[in-house]
Every structure is written in C-alpha cells, then in structure tokens.
Design a binder for this molecule. Structure first.
Ligand code: FES
Length: 622
C-alpha cells in the first residue's frame, strides 16, 4: 500500500453559475471557490464573527465548525448553511452562493455642500508659438520652449520623457505647442493648442465607498461624477480587517492597492465617457481618504496603524506620479494626497473641514462623520480638536441580524402612524433588511413609545401599555418585527433583536463618548454649540430627530443640525481647483489638535455612561 498517495480529489459545484472546481479534502471553501466565482463578501474579514458570508450547501455540507455552531442558528445549520470563511470542504459538494455581489442601485453619496472659491488650479496650460531655430538663433530646443513659456532655465528636476519628446513635438506641430504646468513646473508639452482640454479628478476613498469627480480646470465646473463600493470590502468592512489582511497575506498589500486603483480607473473611464473627453486630458488627481485608505492606495504598509501608539507612515501631503500607482490618466499626471491629521483622522477629515469652513467659524461647531470609525471635530477658528472613535459597522448593517447596506429593499425610514409602524425601503422594493438610517429611526420610535427602555432593553409584551396594541403584537421572541414574513422579499420576518439594540448602543456609545470627550477638553456644553454638522453618507440619510432622540448626537434644536453630504469629496475638489485651498488644507492639518481617546483617562467612563439612549449632560433638556 502506498501511504504517500495523494488523497483523491473532490468536486465543488457552485450555483447559480453551475461552475465546478476540484479540490483535495481538507481545503478551505474560500480557497476552492475563488477559482470559479467571486468569494462571498466578508464584512469581518473572515474572522467568523459577523455571520454575513453564509452560503447554502444543497449537497455535501461539511460538519459545522465550533465557530459556525456559535454564529449560525440550529435551523440554519440544519438547512445546510455554513460560513464561507470557516468551512472546510471534505467531500463532493453543491453550494448556492448567496447574492454577495455589490448590490446594484446601492445608495452611494457623491454630493456634498461646498462653497465657491476663486479658480486657481495647481495644474494649468499655456499655449505658445515657439521661434524656429535659424542661423541667427542657435538656442537649444529646450531653451526656446522654456523662454517662450516663461520657465526658469535653471534648476529643478525635469522628466526625461518630457526632454525626449521636445524635438518631435516642436517639428510635428510646426512650433505651436501647449505647455502643461504643475504649479511653476513645466511637466510636459503637447502639440498644437490643447489649452481648452485641461481636466482634473478628485477622489474620496472611503472604507466602504469611492466617489470620483471630474472637473474642468479651465472653468472649475464638475463635468462627471461616479461612485462605487470600495472593492476592498471583499476582504473586510473596516480598516482593521484590511490591515489584518495585509499582515496575513504575502501579497495582501499589493492586492488591496490594485483593487482600489482598478476601481478608480473604472470610475475615470465612466466619467470621461460622461464628459466625452479622453483620460489623457486629465492631468491631476487630488485624493482624500482616511489614513489607512491613503496608505493602501500608495501601497504603503499600514500595519502600524493597528498597533499602539498607532503611528502612520506619513501624515504630510504627498504628490506622486499617477503612473507609479497605476492610475490611468495623462502619462505626466500626478496624484496629490491631502495631509492626514493622525493615524485615525485622515485627509478626508481635512477635506470635510475645508469644505464646511469650520476652521473659519467664530462660534463652536461640532462636525461628525459616522462610519465604521466616527471622526469628530469640535471647535472654532481659535482651536479645533479632532478624535476618532471605533463605532463599528452597525450603522452600515453589519453585526445586525437583518442589517444591510442602503441597497434596494433596505428599510431606510421608520415611523409610527395610527398606532402602528410604517416604513419605506430603498427603491420601494419589498423589504429585504434594514440599513443604518432605518435602524436609527426604528430605535428612536420604539424609545418614544416606550417599547425600548432608555437602558436598551426591549420590553416584554406584558409591560407594554394596552394603548399600543398593534405595536405590542410585533413583539415576537424578544425582538420587534418591522416587516412580517408575508411582507418581506425573502419570506422571513425582518426584526430588530435585543442583540441588535446592544450593537447600536456600542456604536452610539462610542460616538457620543468621543463627542463628550472633546467637549470636556474644550470646556463647552451642549448649549454652547452653534451648529452640529453631519458629514458622510450616514449623516446625510439619517433623520436628525432620530439621531438626537437616540442620543447619538447632542440634543441641540434640530434647526442647528445640518447635513453636508460628502464634504470630504467636496474638500478634495476645492484643493483641485484652487492652489490657495490646497495651502489652507496644509494649515488645517497642522492646526487641528488630535486627541487620542484610547489613552484619555475619562473616556471609558464616558463610554459606559453614553451607552444609554437619551439626553446629554450639559444640555438644556438634561
Ligand atoms: S463570519 Fe465569515 S466573514 Fe464574517
């Protein structure tokens, strides 16, 4: 008997495609499936915590692992559900992949509130007729180009490609050329008069979504916009999952960089089609993003961001050649990344401050961008403080029983009318789950009618007053049913469970404690706030009243709360069209004082106090 013989190979068939792959027993499911299908979305980075990578084994379900037994219900296990990130294949199997593709029609915010600034882009073009050489003018080609374009003949680096291109372009275009400048530097020349074709692209690289804006640098007008889910979400929803991925995979950093750059190139392709221009007409990209995202974009190792004392590799603004990172714009194009403030307060926060002008405000303004990390800025023109707090992905639908992103079918608005729950869904589809804004609304409603105690407990139906009979009927198995099985798209009831409420409390507690910490540093009370600015997608879609009722933000009058949409992206656009705004962005990054919450002695107490729903200390109503 040959004991070293290879074990016989087995076959995995996946539906809906019907594709097959062979494998050796003992191989992880994800390893096998990736050769024939895109592996499921893995919000927790494959740690077996979120339960969102469920797949359905129609045949050959392997024995559940201890993690699967802990995360999945008995019914799910019996039906053949397993976690793609945990399950190990041991025999022939037939699997239905859940719909893990990026949802079509997902709500991605690409617009924001901004302000008008004088047009003064870093990249400019200048047309010129160059004197031809003659026996009386023996200057070099480069000297005559520099002189006519007003470029200093001394010093500075030159791009070798630029030098090489000069003789051909001059003669091909009969000495009529256009110079392309980045600030004072001549980066390239083009044949003929191309001065009317000068474009730039601004990007906001979020952990969850990417937004791109194509701008005509001659007019400052936006001529294209496109957005997409950040494809890095395939390996995890939050920055820690991405950092872990880099640490755990040999090519992890390269892979994540290539995922984001490929998506940026797709966005560029969409935008140039909208504007009917060529990618070569784009000469610069200004990018904002959180510190981890900008590190990953440049292929810079972000792992120290996850290790105390959480130091980034770079925090200043950086300009690199677009070709160096694979961004397909003009060959001489550059990518300028706005500065970071700290490891967890990135260039996106600088962009938000720039676009919303908090740094110029005389009175105290609070700005909050709620994502998997909540970035919080508080202060005025005299002093601005910033911090970052780990809110987790609850408001993005992860770790919530029926949670989902704001894709078609997500319950996004909830209210009480005639004694019962009413809701709307994204795209008016039949409900398939609940997204962050719907979750917050539902909690605010249930707090108001007394079905959720301010401490977070869902009341037993026997404790609910008789005048709420309809709402009371929705209390089933300790959860609150928003949509019945008959009403919902998948034939299962969509409910909020006690565990969901606890997840929201953790997220809400982290945000509120971060805000309170900055308020204590600045010695301001709720009544001192002149405005509360909500940035980002969640801040845009959530109902202000619900955010206040749940105690997510201070209980200021609703009129003081304003949503500024994707202000980070608007900040990137400002820096694209105005060198002055770019300079101000540098100043903002230096001016803002970063407060590290993990070492703040009072933060944990404030966090514990902030877990309860309700009003704020220091407010008129507290
Ligand atoms: S449980 Fe598998 S990715 Fe979260």
């Amino acid at each position: 008997m040959n004991c070293s013989a290879e074990p016989p190979s087995r076959s995995l068939t996946v539906y809906p495609s019907g594709k097959k792959a062979s494998f050796t027993p003992g191989t992880p499911f994800n390893e096998v499936v990736k050769s024939i299908a895109r592996p499921p979305h893995m919000p927790c980075g494959g740690k077996g915590r979120c339960g969102k990578c469920k797949v359905l084994f129609k045949e050959g379900a392997p024995s559940p692992t201890p993690t699967e037994t802990a995360v999945l219900t008995e019914t799910e296990l019996a039906q053949g559900y397993r976690l793609a990130c945990q399950t190990i294949l041991d025999g022939d199997a037939v699997v239905y992949l859940h719909d893990h593709k990026i949802a079509q029609g997902e709500k991605i915010l690409a617009t924001g509130v901004t302000r008008a600034v004088p047009l003064n882009p870093w990249v400019t073009k200048r047309f010129a007729r160059v004197p031809e050489p003659s026996s009386g003018d023996l200057r070099s080609d480069m000297d005559r180009v520099n002189e006519v374009l007003g470029v200093s003949p001394h010093g500075g680096n030159v791009h070798l490609e630029h030098v090489r291109s000069i003789p051909g372009i001059l003669r091909e275009a009969e000495f009529r050329i256009t110079g392309v400048f980045a600030g004072p530097e001549l980066v390239t020349i083009e044949p003929g008069d191309t001065s009317s074709e000068c474009f730039g692209v601004a990007f906001d690289i979020g952990t969850t979504t990417l937004a791109g804006y194509l701008v005509d640098l001659n007019t400052g007008t936006q001529v294209g916009v496109a957005s997409a889910v950040n494809p890095q979400t395939r390996v995890g929803d939050d920055v820690i999952s991405r950092i872990n991925y880099v640490g755990e995979h040999l090519d992890g950093l390269k892979h994540l960089q290539s995922l984001v750059v490929s998506e940026m190139n797709r966005l560029v392709a969409r935008m140039v089609r909208q504007a009917n221009i060529r990618p070569e007409n784009i000469y610069e990209s200004v990018v904002v993003g959180n510190t981890c995202m900008t590190h990953l974009l440049l292929g810079v190792d972000p792992r120290n961001l996850a290790l105390a004392p959480y130091v980034p590799v770079f925090s200043q603004s950086l300009t690199v050649e677009a070709a160096e990172i694979g961004l397909k714009i003009n060959n001489s194009g550059q990518v300028h990344i706005l500065p970071n403030i700290a490891g967890y307060v990135g260039a996106d926060t600088v962009g938000t401050i720039l676009a919303s002008s908090i740094h110029e405000d005389d009175s105290i303004v609070l700005a909050v961008d709620i994502g998997t990390n909540g970035e919080i800025v508080l202060g005025s023109r005299n002093l601005l403080l910033a911090c970052s707090t780990a809110a987790g992905p609850a408001f993005e639908g992860a770790h919530i029983t029926h949670g989902m992103r704001a894709a078609p079918g997500a319950i996004d608005r909830v209210w009480v009318e005639n004694g019962d729950i009413r809701f709307t869904t994204v795209g008016n589809h039949r409900p398939t789950g609940i997204c962050g804004s719907g979750l917050l609304d539902a909690i605010a409603c249930l707090l108001e009618v007394g079905i959720i105690h301010p401490g977070g407990r869902i009341l037993d139906s026997s404790e609910v007053p008789q005048n709420h009979a309809r709402l009371k009927n929705r209390l089933v198995n300790g959860g609150f049913v928003l949509s019945s099985a008959e009403q919902s798209a998948h034939g299962v009831p969509i409910a909020i469970t006690q565990r969901d409420i606890r997840e929201v409390q953790l997220a809400k507690g982290a945000i509120a404690a971060g805000i309170r910490t900055l308020m204590e540093y600045l010695k301001v009370r709720v009544d001192d706030l002149s405005a509360v600015v909500l940035a980002g997608a969640f801040g845009n879609y959530m109902r202000k009243r619900s955010a206040i009722a749940a105690g997510l933000i201070p209980d200021v009058p609703v009129s003081k709360v304003r949503s500024v949409g994707n202000a980070a992206g608007e900040g990137a656009k400002l820096a694209l069209i105005s060198s002055e705004e770019r300079r101000v962005a540098e100043e903002i990054a230096r001016f803002v004082q970063y407060i590290e919450l993990t070492t703040d002695p009072g933060f944990q107490d404030r966090f514990a106090e902030s877990l309860a729903f309700g009003s704020w200390p220091g407010s008129g109503s507290s």
